[in-house]
Design a protein around this ligand. Structure first.
Ligand SMILES: NC(=O)c1ccc[n+]([C@@H]2O[C@H](COP(=O)([O-])OP(=O)(O)OC[C@H]3O[C@@H](n4cnc5c(N)ncnc54)[C@H](O)[C@@H]3O)[C@@H](O)[C@H]2O)c1
Ligand SMILES: [Zn+2]
Ligand SMILES: [Zn+2]
Length: 378
């Protein structure tokens, strides 16, 4: 089959790889019809992880079941399914509590949690390909409605970014009527803003410097905050009568940079401390890594950042972090889409055939104007 294969920094190629097959009786094989490029893929694409060349990328996957293992009882050939980016078993101590992002069965020996096509999260190939093997298919597959014209570009967002944006607001504890500041207007930040609005938040402020992304934030009813124009803390203070936002979401991660492009991995974290009100809480879903050998400074090489902890403590703030547990939310977000109460495809700017994936990566990585989310159709 054809698949997007990682060869090295900024070098992905569409080439022939062996077809995946049923390896365990719980496996399901899915013919992929829609698969996205994610900001998380870019950390790998840019060579900022230790992903080994030869791996197939892609963790935001939707398709049709074409084969099931002997122990699969629920999922049927022909079902249309969306696959969570986390690979999880459903029965370990963490999965039992809904923490499927930290599955103890499918993980690397020294970790917790696994994902398709991801550095440091197990050996699983991704779905930017014609077919994907899905372990524990009955638990993993989210069934999609039998609509004639399936809203694929909406439902595929249930694999990662819609649940992840929602998770950011859950970690932050967003409640109706509250104000929320979100750092990052990439696909994840936009989904966090969308989720906060769905939850009935009042003022939702989204910080970034790309006009196309800020425009999308405005279109869904958020307040765009351009940090190239003035320090974002000052702008959020002005927008909240000097109080600071009730809640905050970090949707950028360790490659945070200033509008001139210089990296400061602590930038969004300290901006959150400064722009969320005393006793406010935030959710950090932007990725931070324990080792980053090519980081701009020595601390960051080992995943350390200079965090304003004294200020954070004095303000009595709190935070939650980590990978999204997609299975905790995807069923419910799917139903919002089915009933026309959510339309997360508003982030999609480009739908490309699989063969054009390298071009999609190049533009999305450059954050070229208008390239807000790339969807591939194998
Ligand atoms: N926790 C999870 O489960 C999970 C899931 C998916 C993605 N992620 C992570 O979320 C992050 C965002 O993903 P994405 O797809 O939206 O990526 P993206 O790279 O497209 O978007 C990031 C945005 O942040 C902006 N930005 C950079 N520095 C900034 C700063 N200092 N202040 C404000 N904005 C700044 C950029 O301009 C860009 O628009 C990535 O780190 C990704 O790996 C985490
Ligand atoms: Zn993703
Ligand atoms: Zn598990």
């Amino acid at each position: 089959m054809r698949a997007v294969v990682y060869h090295g920094p900024r070098d992905v190629r569409v080439e022939q790889v062996p077809d995946p097959r049923i390896e365990a009786p719980g496996d399901v094989l899915v013919k992929i019809t829609t698969t996205n490029i994610c900001g998380s893929d870019l950390h790998m694409y840019e060579g900022r992880t230790d992903l080994e060349p030869g791996r197939v990328l892609g963790h935001e996957n939707l398709g049709e079941v074409v084969e099931v293992g002997g122990a699969v009882e629920h999922v049927r050939v022909g079902d249309r399914v969306c696959i969570p980016f986390n690979v999880s078993c459903g029965y370990c101590k963490n999965c039992e509590r809904g923490l499927t992002g930290y599955c103890l069965t499918m993980k690397d020996p020294d970790g917790a949690g696994a994902a398709f096509g991801f550095a440091g999260w197990g050996p699983y190939n991704g779905g930017q390909a014609e077919y994907l093997r899905v372990p524990h298919g009955d638990f993993m597959c989210l069934e999609l409605p039998h609509e004639r014209a399936l809203k694929e570009t909406d439902y595929v967002m249930c694999a990662d970014i819609f649940p992840t944006g929602y998770h950011a607001t859950q970690l932050a504890g967003v409640r109706p009527g509250e104000s929320v500041v979100i750092y990052g207007a990439g696909p994840v930040g936009l989904m966090a803003a969308y989720s906060a609005i769905i939850k009935g938040a009042d003022r939702v402020m989204v910080v970034d410097r790309h006009p196309d992304r800020l425009r999308l934030a405005e279109e869904i009813g958020a307040i765009p905050v351009d940090d190239a124009k003035a320090p974002p803390i000052d702008q959020v203070m002005d927008l909240t009568d000097g109080e600071g936002a009730d809640r905050g979401c970090e949707c950028v991660g360790y490659q945070a940079h200033d509008p001139e492009g210089n990296e400061h991995p602590n930038m969004t974290m300290n901006n959150l401390v400064g722009s969320v009100r005393p006793t406010g809480t935030f959710g950090v879903v932007g990725v931070f890594v324990p080792e980053d050998p090519v980081a701009p400074d020595d601390l960051a090489k080992h995943g350390d950042i200079v965090f304003d902890f004294g200020e954070f403590w004095t303000r009595g703030q709190g935070m939650g972090t980590g990978q999204c547990n997609v299975k905790s939310y995807n069923r419910y977000l799917r139903d919002l889409i089915a009933d026309e109460k959510a339309k997360p495809s508003f982030v999609v700017s480009h739908e490309l055939p699989l063969d054009e994936a390298p071009e999609g990566y190049r533009h999305f990585d450059a954050r070229d104007n208008g390239w807000t989310k790339v969807v591939l159709h194998p």
